[in-house]
Design a protein around this ligand. Structure first.
Ligand code: SF4
Length: 687
């Protein structure tokens, strides 16, 4: 603590930035956050934290923090009272519902909100509004993980705890840059490599960990399935297989072996733009390891065939018996935002109730309907991209957004803006004015994670407590309290008056969460789900006895490589990849209002020097990037971290609107946008 004056309180809570879920001690002086330090001995971060968790807390008292509800009158957002704002939202939601039916209303819940808020949000939509039109931003990142891992293993979560990386002798890191996006995990992988573990990286960019790797497969974006099938080909032809495991615990080997005959190293190398010898070397490192681990990120999921990517990556773990066996290291999907796992776990999904229980299952619906006292609708609702399409088509007339900045974070931003413009009502809960709030009819000032009570679930399925360190400023309020108020104004009672009550109600209705409660987490610390009874410790390692599939076996997937939604061509000759930077989080609304903004004040387009020379662009020069979907102004950053023909930028800054460029192509199975492949042209100079 740099200020020598004593702090008055310290609260232990969970970081609200990335999905690693570090435990932090928040030190408060005079009612304001004075400093944040990583909690010693915390199970996830073991006393470490990154530049976001430690230093990006000053936003809580930023001058432009929303502290008063705003209502649009005569075209302008003007301050109003909470009573008026809540009455306006309720009155206008009821008007849309009465006139167009409940399916004309859609809610986007939030990966930044607590589990209890997400539980309440989906309960509000299903029981008070009467539709399943609720989704969360996992749709934009790891929906393919939920669907793919469920199809392969039967459960929608990573299979092993982070600590299992401590005994891996080979990490296969795919489509992830944890040094920037999940720094505490990045450091853990680096430590393991420095201790002698082998590292294979599949990533189009030369990241810090790629530079450390034994093999770096710089595969062209969109070729993941071919790469994984090619690796499977080598594992099978060179017999790096766990035959006993495959016989006893899997199905589908023969079909997979047949399919991957078409992916010999030369063929795969040509599709992926890598060297065949490197592909074989990578397969041998993974195949000969005793405890191989797979860690992956959005470079696997955010593709037109992202779910196929997850499933064909899961094949590699199964071929080696590296999942569901004692001592294995399994598969760890690196979840993006702090509670993106929890938002889905809590049922903020259009087809699934809490714990991934299908709304189409009559017995499940009956159980929830009986407990909630109102019928759960049967028909699955709309996914986020479908909500925007339906708004433009006039079928959705009201969109209620909790804590997401969809105009900046979702692809094809002009399409999103058009959808919001087409609505009769747009409601936003947020901590700051945002590009999305510019389109809102009502803006409700939200509490931040440092001001909330509840739980988050991190990337390795750990429920962790979130505790308020400070009070929200002015009239800002938790989404939990706001949802209750809107429900009351609509004549409904959501029950569960406190966050602890909400988790208790969720646990009573959801077998895989049955053993979870705030009391237990307060007394004993974090717990992994599944946690099926109050006396069970939680299952950190999944699938040890049987997989959660109907037949108890994991399903190998024989899936061919298919091309991405669009490819570079003569008009749009460069391939744009989007991603994240160390200093900032998501759309940057919090981190840009902290000293982290001085560390990285603006976004730049990474471009290879060869391409820059061809375009006559120097480092720091203005460039205009154009896709079929929009245009963005950036400055050029010359680097050999990208290969010629590819460019990279992040989406943290509202001025450099990378998502004005990204395409509407989505994963065929889940609707997850293809953020990792957009064909663009780059021109020198401003637009
Ligand atoms: Fe930990 Fe992620 Fe927070 Fe950094 S941003 S402190 S890695 S949870």
């Amino acid at each position: 603590l740099l200020d020598p004056r004593p702090t008055t309180s310290t609260t232990t809570t969970t970081c609200g930035y990335c999905g690693v879920g570090c435990t932090l001690d928040v030190h408060v002086r005079d009612g304001e956050v004075a400093a944040v330090t990583p909690t010693r001995g915390a199970p996830v971060n073991r006393g470490h934290a990154c530049v976001k968790g430690r230093f990006a807390h000053g936003f809580t008292r930023a001058e432009d923090r929303l502290t008063t509800p705003l209502v649009r009158r005569d075209g302008r957002l003007v301050p109003t009272t909470w009573d008026d704002a809540v009455r306006t939202v309720a009155h206008r939601l009821a008007a849309v519902r009465d006139r167009h039916g409940p399916d004309a209303i859609a809610m986007i819940s939030s990966a930044r909100a607590t589990n209890e808020e997400n539980y309440l949000a989906q309960k509000f939509v299903r029981t008070v509004i009467g539709t399943n039109n609720v989704d969360n931003c996992s749709r934009l990142c790891h929906a393919p993980s939920a669907t793919g891992l469920s199809a392969s293993f039967g459960l929608a979560g990573g299979t092993n705890p982070l600590d299992d990386l401590d005994h891996t002798d080979c990490v296969l890191l795919v489509g992830a840059n944890p040094t920037d996006a999940h720094p505490v995990v990045g450091a853990r992988i680096k430590q393991r490599v420095l201790a002698g573990a082998r590292l294979v990286v599949v990533d189009p960019r030369r990241t810090e960990l790629a530079a450390l790797a034994d093999v770096h497969l710089q595969a062209v974006p969109g070729s993941n399935v071919a790469v994984f099938n090619g690796l499977a080909h080598v594992l099978i032809t060179e017999d790096h297989l766990d035959h006993d495991f495959l016989d006893r615990r899997t199905t589908g080997f023969d079909a997979l072996a047949e399919l991957v005959r078409d992916y010999p190293p030369d063929t795969t190398a040509e599709i992926a733009g890598v060297r065949a010898a490197d592909l074989v070397a990578a397969a041998r490192l993974f195949g000969q390891a005793r405890h191989p681990a797979i860690v992956y990120g959005l470079g696997v999921t955010e593709h037109r065939h992202g779910t196929d990517g997850v499933r064909t990556l899961a094949n590699l773990a199964l071929l080696r018996g590296a999942v569901g066996t004692p001592g294995c290291c399994g598969i760890l999907p690196l979840r993006g935002q702090n509670n993106v796992q929890g938002a889905s776990d809590m049922g903020a999904l259009p087809d699934l109730l809490p714990g991934y229980q299908p709304v189409t299952d009559a017995a499940v619906r009956d159980r929830f309907s009986a407990a909630w006292g109102r019928p759960v609708p049967e028909r699955p609702g709309l996914r986020i991209p479908q909500m925007f399409d339906a708004a433009i088509a006039g079928e959705v007339r009201a969109i209620h957004v909790i804590g997401e900045n969809v105009v900046q974070s979702d692809p094809n931003a002009e399409h999103v803006r058009a959808a919001l413009r087409a609505c009769d009502l747009v409601v936003c809960h947020d901590v700051f004015p945002s590009r999305t709030a510019e389109h809102a009819d009502v803006v409700l000032p939200a509490a931040s994670f440092l001001e909330k009570d509840g739980t988050f679930v991190n990337f390795d399925r750990r429920f962790q407590r979130v505790r308020p360190a400070v009070s929200p400023p002015g009239g800002a309020a938790s989404d939990f309290a706001v949802l209750h108020r809107i429900a009351h104004a609509l004549g409904a009672d959501l029950g569960c008056p406190t966050p602890a009550d909400a988790l208790a109600e969720c646990a009573a209705l959801t077998p895989v969460f049955a053993g979870l409660s705030h009391q237990r987490l307060d007394a004993g610390g974090p717990l992994h789900w599944p946690c099926r009874a109050p006396d069970q410790p939680g299952e950190a390692v999944l699938h040890l006895d049987r997989f959660a599939t109907p037949d108890g076996r994991a399903a190998l997937a024989a899936l061919p490589h298919l091309p991405p939604g669009e490819q570079p061509d003569g008009e749009f000759p460069y391939l744009l990849i989007t991603g994240r930077r160390l200093e900032h989080h998501n759309t940057g609304s919090m981190t840009r209002r902290t000293p982290n903004a001085e560390l990285l004040p603006a976004e730049a387009l990474e471009i290879h020097p060869t391409d820059a020379a061809h375009l006559r662009v120097v480092d720091g020069a203005d460039v205009t990037v154009t896709s079929r979907w929009g245009r963005a102004a950036l400055t050029a950053h010359l680097t050999r971290d990208v290969v010629p023909g590819q460019v990279f930028a992040a989406f943290h800054f509202p001025g450099a609107t990378v998502n004005d460029l990204t395409s509407p192509h989505t994963d065929t199975a889940t609707g997850c946008p293809e953020y990792k492949v957009t064909a663009v042209q780059v021109r020198p100079g401003p637009p």
